[in-house]
Design a binder for this molecule. Structure first.
Ligand code: DQQ
Length: 494
């Protein structure tokens, strides 16, 4: 493949043979209904677009192993946003080209009928914007623009410690994009450009500059990766994935006013505080919904990832909204109900401390669970999932009303030592008299919890094959469970 417009080569990589697929299929930690690559390494979602009746998800992919390197764009498509089919690699580094060392993150737009990627090409120390286009209905073949990179250098008057990733939109006949960056000794930023044609770009100004010293209201570090700027429910949202001193932290957001192409934050938050979700991307679908996917990082050693032969999966697709208090809300995409299989329901019940109530009929490692609690005089209530019969292994989802926080407690999630065991918490205020509603998606090594507009996701790696039980519990007083439903979830692969 060259930068002169030739079609991307499709299969220059080691085959994932039948033995490899069998190993992946037998892996008890591989999710069944969270998107992931057939093997090897996956990170950021890229190029989300609806095209000719299909949704397309591209993603950062290393076909050479389960580690970050030689980054390509993997590709999958879906007609219903739930069942997906893997397609050939869409972008590969071009030897001698502007992306010879990696096709890093970017987005897709419809440029007057031509599907177009804007992505970061890596060549040595350069990380610069590149363009590729496709003219086939399934977006399988891509032609790189011969003039890549389309921006030849960073803005000269800024001392930047990073410059990559793209959020592009069209407004009043002009293309705009923000590029993620960090201003040395100052903080993260998103730099605004405009263009008549996606090929020639004029730098304007930073839409917002963070303060890497400020911890309050949300720390945003020294560089912003994967910025995403979009209108939502009458306001604007800017998301930024916080990179600091070569570490990836979380994705923060600001919601507020975007006038004259400058952002004035009114609300701040963390998109998903569960310690795994990073580098998300959003898309607007033809129902007018703003959908989001994020990369769910592994939380086990590099050696464990190498041994597994795969690393990384996507969050469930979620629908974004602005909640009544102006913060960002997330709901599971309703189409996920297509995956519901066998249904388990239990009658409403009183919960008493101290022992948890095991739901004998409800068990599994790929479950959707909806539980509603009248908190009564309890100080905390919750659900334990992936419980072994003796409770030696269990993952606790706990709402503690005294501190008004929701926890995912992984202290006892696994008997193995090479996996994360810490606990993640998020602010969640349930008013007196209000019913607490926990909506949990359990998918082997993924626990994704929705509650009152919040979403928090953690990775777990139970070691026992019988860690399949579900329990409800209360602490400090009695509570009443008004509803408990669960479904076995089927696989997303067509
Ligand atoms: N991942 C890409 C970069 C981006 C980072 C490289 C975020 O473009 O900044 O794989 O995870």
């Amino acid at each position: 493949m060259t930068d002169s417009g030739a079609t991307t080569k499709l299969t220059p990589y080691p085959e994932l043979d039948a033995e490899f697929h069998a190993r992946m299929a037998a892996d008890p930690h591989r999710p069944a209904y969270h998107f992931l690559s057939e093997g090897n390494w996956l990170n950021d979602p890229n190029g989300l677009i609806q095209w000719q009746g299909n949704y397309h998800l591209f993603y950062q992919y290393n076909p050479y192993g389960p580690f970050h390197g030689t980054v390509h764009w993997g590709h999958a498509a879906s007609a219903d946003l739930v069942h997906w089919t893997h397609l050939p690699i869409a972008l590969a580094p071009t030897p001698g080209g502007a992306d010879q060392d990696g096709c890093w993150s970017g987005c897709a737009v419809d440029n007057n009928g031509v599907a177009t990627f804007i992505y970061t090409g890596v060549r040595g120390k350069d990380q610069l914007p590149c363009i590729a286009t496709s003219t086939d209905d399934m977006l399988v073949t891509w032609q790189k623009y011969p003039g890549n990179p389309v921006i030849k250098s960073r803005p000269p008057d800024l001392d930047l410690i990073g410059y990559r990733d793209h959020s592009v939109w069209h407004e009043n006949g002009t293309w705009y994009q923000v590029i993620g960056a960090g201003i040395k000794d100052v903080g993260g930023t998103a730099l605004l450009y405009r263009s008549p044609d996606l090929l020639t770009w004029e730098y304007l100004h930073p839409v917002l500059i963070g303060d890497k010293q400020a911890r309050d209201p949300v720390w945003t570090g020294e560089m912003w990766e994967c910025p995403d700027l979009f209108p939502l429910d009458g306001t604007h949202v800017l998301m930024m994935s916080v990179w600091n001193d070569h570490q990836l932290y979380y994705t923060a957001y600001v919601a507020g006013d975007f006038t004259e192409y400058r952002f004035t934050p009114q609300k701040h938050g963390i998109v998903d505080p569960g310690g795994s979700f990073y580098a998300p991307q959003t898309m607007l679908d033809d129902h007018g919904r703003r959908l989001i996917w994020g990369w769910l990082r592994e939380n086990r050693t590099l050696e464990a990832q190498q041994a597994a032969g795969w690393s990384g999966c996507m969050s469930l697709p979620r629908v974004l909204s602005i909640l009544p208090d102006g913060t960002l809300g997330q709901q599971p995409m309703p189409e996920l109900q297509l995956l519901r299989g066998r249904h388990y329901a239990a009658a409403a019940m009183d919960l008493l401390p101290p022992l948890p109530e095991r739901l004998d009929d409800m068990h599994g490692d790929t479950l959707e669970i909806i539980a509603e609690f009248d908190l009564g005089d309890a100080t905390a209530v919750g659900i334990n999932v992936r419980c072994s019969p003796d409770d030696e292994e269990q993952t606790r989802i706990v709402y503690d009303r005294r501190v008004q926080r929701l926890f995912i407690d992984r202290t006892y999630s696994s008997l193995t030592s090479d996996v994360g065991q810490d606990l993640f918490d998020s602010p969640l205020a349930v008013a007196n008299g209000e019913v607490l509603r926990l909506h949990v998606f359990l998918d082997r090594s993924v626990v994704e919890v929705f509650a009152h507009g919040l979403c928090t996701t953690a990775r777990i790696y139970p070691s026992r094959t019988d860690s399949l039980g579900v329990e409800l519990f209360t602490k400090g007083g009695s509570a009443h469970v008004t509803r408990i439903d669960a479904w076995e979830m089927s696989s997303m692969w067509t």
